[in-house]
Each structure stands twice: as C-alpha cells, then as structure tokens.
Design a binder for this molecule. Structure first.
Ligand SMILES: Cc1ncc(COP(=O)(O)O)c(C=O)c1O
Length: 409
C-alpha cells in the first residue's frame, strides 16, 4: 500500500483564518475541491444490517435529510472550531433553518413548565417575542431586566429559584448594548443556572462566549457568518456533548427546523473570509463613528468603540474589536431621518445586517413605525435614530455618501 492511500494527517492550524478556511472540511469521495451540495432528502444503506446499525447509533452515517447531511456537517464543524479556537474544549453544533429555529430548539429543549428565563431588556425582537409571548403559553415565564447592573442581576437570581436559565445577547439588537459575559456567567454558575449567549452581532472572531463557561451559543448565521446576505440560517452550539447528541438533537429533529444543503454551502464559502471582513467592517465602523461624532447635524453617536459609550469598557474587555454596528441620532428628528434616508446614494436602505455593503435603517419610519412614540422612546428608539451596519466598501465612499445625505438636514 502506498503512503498516499492513507488518509492525510489533519494539519495543526495555528491561525484564525486557516481554521475558517479549512475547519470542518473532509476530502470528498469524488475528489471535489469544495464540499458538494448534497441535495438528497435521504441516504441509502448497503444492507438491512447497516440500516439497523445506523438507527441504533452503533455506526455513524447519514439517514434522513432532516437529521443531518454532509454539507451541514462541514458548516457545523467549521463554526464549532471557530467558537472554540484557542480554547482547550470541544463543542457540538447543530445547523438550523434560521437563527429563530436554533433559539427555539435551545429554549424548548432546556426549559420546563414552571421554569423562568432571565434576560436583558434589549434583545432581538423575535427572541423577545418568543420569550414573552410564546413561552408563557407553555408555562415558562421571562424575567426581563437590566443585566448591565450586576447587583440587580444577582438579586433576580437569588430571589427567584424558578429562574433556570440566563439568556444573553451581546452586543444586543437593536441598541448595541453590551452585558458582561464573564461576571454574569460566573453569577449564573453560582446560582446553578443554564447559560446561553446569542453571539450573532460579534461572531466568534470578535468574541467567544465559551471562554467564560457559557453552556450554549446561538447564531443567526444569516448575518456576518454568511456575510453576503445570500441565505437565512442559524446554529445552536453546546459544550455538553452528551446532551447535544441526545436532548438537543432529539428536539431539533422533532421540531423540524433543519437547514438546507444549498444555504449551508453558501454559509461555508462566506465564513472563509470572516476574519478579513470583520477587520475591515470594524475599522470602517470606527472611522464612520468618528466622522459622525464631529458632524453638526448629528446629536449623538452610539458606538461601543467610542470611549463615551456606557458599555465601552465591557466591550473592550470581551471583544477583539467593537463590531460593525452603530446608531446615531439626527438633530432633525423624524423628518430629518426620512430626508436623510431618501438622499442616500451608495449605502442601502434596508433592515438586515452582516452584509458586505453598508445598510441603514430608520426605525421610527420603518421597523418601529407602528409602535407608539412613547413606547419606542422607552427603548431608546427616538425619532431621528438611524441604525447602521457599516460595510466593507472603501471607507471614503461610505463617508462621502453620508456627508452628501447629511447636507442641509
Ligand atoms: C441577534 C439576533 N439573533 C437572532 C436573530 C434571528 O435570526 P434569523 O432571522 O436568522 O431567524 C436575529 C435576526 O435579526 C438577530 O439579529
């Protein structure tokens, strides 16, 4: 037998992008360079005995597309490798149809009637709806409070033994507020709570919640992980391998929020440039924040990279860079916001985030138009607030577009 017929040795990858490019990849049996899009709803058995061994778990292998698929596996192992890069631990990932599907599997597999989940008041709207509208129908309640106040967080955990989970999202959508992962996870451990963190805004390149002992991490892969706005997706990752193989796998299979192979393929290709994209996103965001900060039409800039941001220190402690998201308040109020949005030429008017192009939204006239003014202002969504995903274009072009759109506002 020639030396070439042995499976090649797995290389030791010392760099973050090397892991992002090669992590999770296996040699395809047909020698395709990239993982193929395994567009097959089911997988065949050589014989009945093999089917029996696969169903009983004695033999690894694919069975049915809702349960797993080789294209999903590459994405799952790549993200698991990035979330634990440089850490001496292993986690398992389960790819889902969307971020909300991954969050549903997490919450429904870990909470029982009578349990409560503790979370911060700034959360992605879908997650907030799941916690405050859907879970109560199953006898599970949410305690939503200000988790930036650690005494308040501990008070809640101490006072209410029904609280079984601490659910964090940092930086949070839409306010970009950050909570202290290390201190909150330590408190939760002390009070025996399960901990979970939505790492969508940061990505594993900027922040690794598992480093602080978090039990579960979720992502909307729709955003920076995919990076190009080409597919909806999500992932649930957990460090208890046994539970992930049993409890979470079973819930995922029963809920049916499986990914699809084409979207998994797009995600894998997008993730290969994550480090390059995030470095550029963050550098541009810092330059844009400084430009806006000195503009006379802007009342206030909300970016965790600016030392006047209340969460500047927490972000600096737990994130490599402060991220690509910022918001700013126009002095011109609602009409100023509308006029500014209408004048944009290169930057794009839309609501998502995590793509290569710069995206802006005006919550008061768009996402939060139907929320009464007093209600939305309670959450910091003021009339002239503009939310921005700073893209990877050449920053001069982003600044030029903002400058011409701000003229006369
Ligand atoms: C922080 C965060 N988590 C979860 C989600 C839900 O993800 P998806 O839209 O992929 O279901 C979003 C969507 O915007 C989000 O911003």
């Amino acid at each position: 037998m020639s030396a070439n017929s042995f499976p090649p040795k797995k290389p030791v990858l010392t760099g973050w992008s090397s892991q992002a490019v090669h992590g999770g990849h296996r040699q395809d049996p047909m020698y395709a360079h990239l993982v193929p899009i395994y567009a097959s709803s089911t997988f065949v058995f050589d014989n009945a005995e093999q089917g029996m061994r696969r169903f009983s778990g004695q033999e690894e292998g694919y069975i049915y597309g809702r349960w797993g698929n080789p294209t999903f596996t590459e994405a799952e192992e790549k993200i698991a490798g990035l979330e634990t890069f440089g850490l001496d631990m292993e986690v398992k990932g389960i790819l889902h149809a969307s971020g909300m599907a991954a969050i549903s599997t997490l919450l429904l597999s870990t909470l029982r009637p009578g349990d409560k989940v503790l979370s911060h008041f700034s959360l992605y709207g879908g997650t907030d709806g799941f916690l405050t509208q859907l879970l109560p129908q199953l006898g599970i309640d949410a305690v939503i409070t200000d988790l930036r106040d650690l005494d308040n967080a501990e008070d809640c955990m101490k006072k209410d033994p029904a609280i079984k989970m601490l659910y964090l999202e940092t930086p949070a959508n839409p306010t970009i507020q950050c909570v202290d992962l290390e201190s909150l996870t330590a408190l939760a451990r002390h009070y025996n709570l399960i901990t979970a963190c939505d790492n969508t805004f940061a990505t594993p390149y900027l922040q690794q919640p598992f480093k602080y002992g978090t039990d579960y991490v979720v992502h909307s892969t729709t955003k920076f992980l995919n990076g190009h706005g080409t597919a909806i997706g999500g992932i649930l990752l957990g460090k208890d391998m046994e539970k992930m193989q049993t409890v979470q796998t079973k819930t995922h299979r029963l809920l049916g929020g499986n990914a699809n192979p084409f979207d998994a393929f797009l995600l894998i290709q997008g993730m290969k440039t994550l480090e390059l994209r995030m470095d550029r996103h963050c550098r541009n965001a810092m330059d844009v924040a400084n430009f806006l900060n000195s503009h006379s039409a802007v009342a206030h800039v909300n970016y965790t990279g600016l030392p006047n941001h209340p969460d500047y220190e927490v972000a600096a402690k737990q994130m490599r860079h402060p991220g690509a998201m910022l918001s700013f308040e126009l002095k011109g109020g609602l009409q100023g916001g509308i006029d500014f949005m209408n004048k944009l030429q290169m930057c794009v008017r839309t609501v998502s985030l995590g793509t290569c192009d710069t995206l802006l939204s005006h919550p008061a006239s768009m996402t939060h138009y139907s929320v009464p003014k007093a209600e939305r202002e309670k959450y910091g969504i003021t009339e002239g607030l503009i939310r921005m995903n700073v893209g990877i274009e050449n920053v001069e072009d982003i600044v030029n577009d903002l400058e011409q759109a701000l003229a006369g506002i």
